[in-house]
Design a protein around this ligand. Structure first.
Ligand code: CTP
Ligand code: MG
Length: 215
């Protein structure tokens, strides 16, 4: 049955929360050695630039995992005393909690081969894994974005509208697709929502002094 628009907005937003937090975390937790090691591309510009650091990348992945684990645990806990979860009944993360979806996925088969299927009974682990994987994908998307920006002559920290706000969303969602085959409505709805939230979060970070660039 088709979900209502409100339901899709709610579900998809809960779904991408690890991605939002994982992408924002490097602003606070990043710094140190750049991923490109300071190297230049053949066009004489930096491969990625100083805005993409190793620490930021892994900190963002970890934060995505923590958010994912927290959400999965919270939903499981809530549904343990709600007779019928009111809004989250058909939620992807809830389905993930109940394993009916993941048990047919490639990860399940992979873990089965190593006798690690028991991990699937651990809700928080599932959320941690998928949240971390999603954030990891998002941060890869962020690196691809910086690579494209440098090749287009855009300096580190300067905006590239749409690429900055949506590259991480698309890559992050794509990477978890084999585990959680989200419906296309999720992406359609999250393109405008994530776009607006990303800009709002950046402006907030700028005016509170957390980051130097407004976008
Ligand atoms: N950051 C980091 N490591 C990452 C991603 C981000 O340390 N892998 C930190 C950097 O301090 C960066 C800040 O988070 O300046 C904001 O991230 P972002 O806007 O993605 O980077 P920009 O500095 O704008 O660089 P670019 O133009 O390459 O996107
Ligand atoms: Mg930026």
């Amino acid at each position: 049955m088709a979900e209502s628009l409100i339901q899709v907005i709610l579900d998809s937003t809960i779904f991408v929360l690890p991605l939002w937090f994982g992408n924002a975390a490097p602003t606070i937790l990043g710094g140190g050695a750049p991923i490109d090691g300071g190297r230049y591309w053949r066009d004489g510009k930096r491969v990625l630039g100083d805005g993409k650091t190793i620490r930021g990348f892994w900190a963002g992945t970890l934060v995505g995992g923590i958010i994912g684990g927290f959400i999965a645990g919270l939903i499981a806990w809530l549904s343990s005393f709600l007779p019928t979860p009111i809004f989250l009944n058909d939620n992807l993360i809830l389905r993930l909690v109940y394993q009916d979806l993941l048990e047919t996925g490639i990860l399940y088969n992979f873990l089965s081969a190593f006798n690690l299927r028991g991990l699937f009974s651990n809700t928080v682990f599932l959320g941690f894994f998928t949240g971390g994987l999603m954030a990891f994908g998002g941060l890869i998307g962020d690196l691809i974005g910086s690579f494209i920006k440098r090749r287009s002559g855009i300096e580190r920290g300067h905006p590239f509208i749409f690429l900055d706000q949506l590259g991480f969303l698309v890559l992050g969602m794509l990477l978890v697709y084999p585990l959680i085959p989200w419906s296309i409505e999720y992406l359609i709805v999250q393109v405008p929502i994530t776009f607006i939230v990303h800009i709002a979060a950046n402006l907030f970070g700028y005016f509170t002094g957390i980051q130097e660039d407004p976008l």
